[in-house]
Design a protein around this ligand. Structure first.
Ligand code: FEO
Length: 397
């Protein structure tokens, strides 16, 4: 059945909702699913803009064939090679052997490695145009958003931007495809989690792309995930600007690991002292319970981070080590940090926290506190000093 929806002026959405994949990139949780958005531009010539994840191939091909109505598409524009968008390219190459694949110098090596070569390709550079008849496609490079080959496609006649992953979101499109048709409150965390988890490592490229793209007149943004933006463009652009500048709010994320409750007790003490010192936004996460996806998302929002772990076999607790590795890998900037630990034998967590602090280069607000089993009065005093130092930093900044 044809499920295509017209975006505007014979530009069609041919995407799909995925509620069966539970981890994006086999890592990031998808409690509300995800949408893969692909598009068809019908003019004197027909252009496909990206494809779709392989599992939805049959529906995608049916939509494309129905829209083409016996004609062959002239172009397949490959804005991004990640398989959630390129997964149906091989089928398109096979179904339409005369189609021209449009990409840039970094697209085709990935294409060849993934799906084999195609006889008709067109390499475009920044600002190149392809005329479809009454309108043209213009291409702008957007490297690292979120792979090196990423580019975006703009139609000046419609003031419409095919933005790839930029301005994307987790979450399926329930009941509509446009931002003004969807419950954005319901999707809010999925929008920010998509940025922080998938694009968040690339703040500088995101700033560069925003400067370039926001200079264009834009009435519609067709991202490859999440809502099509037409009524809240200024809002989503402002959010991307804030996130990619690592601008934060005065709150604290406390992430802890705990085997028997001693380290968790220290987390609760610090939280109460933070509240007493005037901090309202406090989030506590157990790293054994909460996936790093959600903790990272809140760390993108709040400037203060306090991390606690027991020693584990002379080392740091495994789920805290995972979180530290993920944070270091993402290279999030501009935070205050403090640490607390607990030991039964010789300790082990503090060494890792020290190495993490040297790697991430966040400002450490106080000496780490290490308790021995049940926290004592002296440990509570130290937790209070950490909370007070963190609060002072946040409230003065
Ligand atoms: Fe939605 Fe980077 O692919």
């Amino acid at each position: 059945m044809n499920t295509a929806i017209e975006v505007k002026n014979n530009i069609w959405w041919v995407g799909a909702n995925d509620r069966r994949t539970h981890r994006f990139e086999n890592y990031w949780p998808l409690p509300k699913g995800v949408a893969y958005n692909a598009y068809v531009v019908k003019d004197e010539k027909i252009a496909l803009i990206d494809t779709i994840e392989q599992g939805f191939l049959n529906d995608y091909l049916e939509n494309v064939e129905t829209l083409c109505n016996g004609a062959s598409p002239e172009y397949l524009v490959i804005n991004h090679m990640e398989p959630d968008h390129s997964g149906s390219i091989k089928a398109i190459m096979s179904r339409y052997p005369e189609i021209t694949l449009v990409g840039n110098t970094k697209t085709f090596p990935i294409l060849n490695n993934y799906y084999g070569s195609h006889c008709r390709t067109l390499e475009v550079k920044e600002g190149c145009e392809i005329c479809l008849g009454s309108r043209s496609l213009t291409f702008y490079m957007a490297p690292m958003l979120h792979w090196p080959e990423t580019m975006v496609t703009y139609i000046a006649a419609d003031k419409l931007l095919f933005s790839g992953d930029i301005f994307g979101a987790f979450g399926t499109l329930d009941g509509g495809i446009f931002d003004d048709e969807l419950d954005l409150d319901y999707l809010e965390e999925e929008i920010s989690r998509y940025y922080s988890n998938i694009v968040g490592k690339y703040g500088v490229p995101a700033q560069n792309a925003l400067k370039k793209l926001t200079a264009l007149p834009i009435k519609t943004i067709c991202a490859t995930h999440g809502p099509i933006w037409r009524s809240h463009i200024a809002d989503i652009v402002a959010r991307y600007d804030k996130w990619s500048r690592y601008a934060t709010e005065p709150g604290v994320v406390i992430a802890f690991s705990s085997m028997y409750g001693h380290t968790e007790k220290m987390a609760d003490l610090i939280a109460r002292y933070l509240r007493a010192a005037g901090i309202h936004h406090i989030r506590i996460y157990d790293t054994s319970e909460t996936h790093p996806s959600y903790i990272i998302n809140d760390i993108f929002r709040y400037k203060g981070v306090i991390l606690g772990s027991p020693a584990y076999n002379g080392n740091i607790y495994p789920t805290m080590e995972t979180l530290l590795n993920e944070l270091a890998h993402m290279g999030i900037k501009n935070h205050y940090v403090a640490f607390f630990a607990n030991k039964t034998w010789g300790g082990g967590a503090l060494k890792h926290f020290k190495e993490f602090a040297e790697t991430i280069k966040w400002e450490v607000v106080d000496e780490p506190c290490e308790a021995w089993g049940e926290p004592k009065e002296c440990d509570a005093d130290h937790c209070r000093r950490i909370a007070d130092a963190m609060a002072a930093k946040l409230l003065q900044s």
